[in-house]
Design a protein around this ligand. Sequence first.
Ligand code: SF4
Ligand code: SF4
Length: 82
Amino acid sequence: MSIGIGNSCSNCEHLTQSNTCSVHLVSVNPMYTCNSFVMKESIKNDRNCITCVRYEAPTCENPKKAAPKMSCSHWAPQNAVA
Ligand code: SF4
Ligand code: SF4
């Protein structure tokens, strides 16, 4: 079974620098999510091995092919737990 990374406040466009949600005006953490979630553009456009939490880690699915301009379906953001 493969386990994917879900949407959470940590990769939501509405998360502010002070870890506050700009929609709900409350403090949030990476474990939270809600129906107002919007994926950050910078993450959408920057999926490559260098930005993957699994790069050079034992959990990388393609360790022999991983490289700066490569990516695969197992890419996960760096604030995720690999
Ligand atoms: S909109 Fe929802 S997912 Fe996005 S930061 Fe606020 S609480 Fe988190
Ligand atoms: S995107 Fe795929 S190949 Fe690249 S580091 Fe992540 S898991 Fe490995």
